[in-house]
Design a protein around this ligand. Structure first.
Ligand code: FE
Ligand code: CA
Length: 533
């Protein structure tokens, strides 16, 4: 145990605490000793954490040309509430031009507050565009891990190449996070996470023999439950490595709250005002656990997550939230009476009116060669059913919100949005799809291309057969790739092409799996549609 460590508490209220109260807090902190304040703003001398407070690693996110969001959370006892005292704690941060921190370009202090689970959110500004930085935090004499991050190119700047990863759906129980580990190895310019970062279910108690790990505890409901679940996931070395390798731009899907929830409705028809209490707890823990900017601070059950990021003249990214504002799914299965009639009702929405209006403005004002929509559930039409109008299809995807999809595709066409690329996840399988104005008519116009990433682990090892692909492709001629193996997508954008390398991991039920490129699909700027390179 370090004995020379120092934690400074600059909270004025704390400076007025008695020695006995301080000792009580020191005990809760797990500190060896704690001195009375020695300066006017209550600096505490010589406490030491009993266990490492940076147990959840560090992260960065939402790169702009001059700033980046930095994140950590103090959690000496990560799986049981965090182990911090109910007091404000000062945390130092540093951004350097080199991984050895010889040239520190920015530094400062932030307050880790008990209200936010002692998470730390910093927006480090005054940085140069399109360059790598390294960052770390300090607290109580302890130093965090070092994260690598990268700022976005300046507005309008010519950019030769951007490399980014697309991943999501990492169920802790069904496999090891090798895909996150391989994403880390790539040292991308940024990583886009399509959601299902955690899963909310209770610990599997042997029902699924292929599960390799187990969630702690029951299904999660309270903010502490969600914090502990994030902590269990973030303790994974591969997920931590992914965060340490590059800025992550995150959005969520359903499992950050509850399976297939829609707005204020859950699957069990819980009264909306009751479900919103759970949603508030989940959204708070999400904010606490992610490298988001202060603009994403939640207010009750609301968290403004949709946002726009720009990468020079090359890429214009709108990050969408198709959960918080959506209408309830039309039905559980398309075989229910009137299901499809409901699904096509133009009054139903997956984005909500305000987000749709915001997105449609972006689509008419794209500043990139590539206009990217980063989101969660696939927009592409009727997978598994294709031109057969009677086959069932999932009501949880854009297929269940067909009027909204049609408005989106029509907008892409009408606004002459440059080179639309949609990134999505959720379905635990890789897909490359040409987006069609009318999925029942293969000859209809292609309005963009969608890359859907398979899962990090969800669904288990997976398998694929040529016969399956041939059946899918016969029904869905707009598809250009499918794989039922786990993995992620490595994208390379240049002024001429957008390339998607679909990486797969042969087995995720053993740790340390390697990635191979199972397929590559390329989109040429100015020519809608995807093809093999
Ligand atoms: Fe998922
Ligand atoms: Ca999902």
């Amino acid at each position: 145990m370090a004995t020379t460590n120092t934690i400074r508490f600059y909270d004025r209220a704390l400076s007025r605490l008695s020695r006995r109260e301080l000792l009580n807090i020191a005990w809760k902190l797990g500190v060896a000793a704690i001195a009375q304040p020695t300066v006017s703003l209550a600096a505490w001398a010589q406490p030491a954490f009993r266990t490492y407070p940076f147990s959840l690693g560090v992260a960065s996110g939402d790169p702009w040309a001059d700033s980046v969001a930095l994140w950590t959370r103090l959690a000496p006892e990560p799986l049981t509430g965090g182990g911090m005292p109910t007091a404000n704690v000062e945390v130092g941060w540093e951004v350097a031009a080199d991984p050895a921190f010889r040239t520190i370009v920015r530094n400062g202090t932030a307050i880790a507050r008990p209200e936010l689970g002692h998470s730390v959110h910093v927006e480090a500004g005054g940085l140069s565009p399109a360059r790598e930085y390294w960052y770390r935090f300090r607290c109580g004499g302890e130093v965090s891990q070092t994260g690598r991050t990268k700022t976005a190119p300046a507005a309008g700047a010519a950019v030769d190449r951007l490399r980014f990863g697309v991943c999501g759906c990492g169920h802790y129980e069904t496999g090891f996070f090798s895909a996150y580990g391989r994403v880390a190895d790539e040292a991308f310019d940024f990583i886009f996470h399509t959601g299902d970062y955690i899963y909310e279910g209770r610990g599997d108690t042997g029902r699924n023999p292929s599960n390799v790990r187990r969630h702690l505890g029951q299904e999660i409901y309270t903010v502490v439950d969600y914090r502990n679940r994030y902590a269990q996931y973030k303790s994974d070395p591969d997920l931590m490595a992914a965060h340490h390798s590059a800025p992550m731009i995150v959005t969520w899907d359903d499992h950050e709250v509850d399976n297939d929830y829609a707005g204020d409705r859950d699957e069990r028809d819980t009264p909306p005002e009751v479900f919103l209490l759970r949603r508030a707890a989940a959204y708070q823990a999400y904010f606490e656990s992610m490298p988001l900017r202060a603009s994403a601070m939640p207010t009750g059950p609301n968290l403004p997550l949709y946002r726009r990021l720009r990468f020079g003249n090359l890429l214009d990214l709108s990050v969408l939230d198709t959960r918080q504002y959506r209408s309830k799914q039309a039905c559980a299965t398309t075989t229910q009476p009137d299901c499809l009639k409901t699904a096509t009702d133009p009054a139903r929405t997956i984005l909500g009116a305000a987000q749709e209006e915001w997105l449609f403005k972006n689509l008419a004002a794209s500043t990139g060669t590539w206009t990217v929509l980063g989101q969660q559930v696939p927009t592409f039409g009727r997978n598994n059913s294709g031109t057969n109008p009677d086959a069932p299809f999932s009501m949880d995807k854009w297929d269940g919100y067909t009027a909204g999809r049609q408005r989106l595709y029509q907008r892409l066409a009408d606004a002459k949005t440059p080179n639309p690329i949609v990134l999505s996840g959720d379905v635990h399988t890789h897909w490359c799809a040409d987006l069609k104005m009318d999925y029942s008519s293969p000859k209809s116009a292609t309005v963009g291309v969608e890359f859907t990433n398979s899962s990090v682990t969800s669904g288990g090892d997976g398998s694929e057969t040529q016969a399956n692909w041939e059946r899918l492709h016969a029904d869905n001629p707009h598809l250009t790739y499918h794989s039922n193996k786990r993995g992620y997508i490595a994208c390379t954008a240049t002024p001429k092409t957008m390339q998607a390398d679909f990486r797969v991991i042969e087995r995720i039920t053993v740790a340390g799996g390697a990635a191979r490129t199972a397929a590559t699909r390329v989109v040429e700027a100015g020519r809608p549609g995807s093809h093999t390179s």
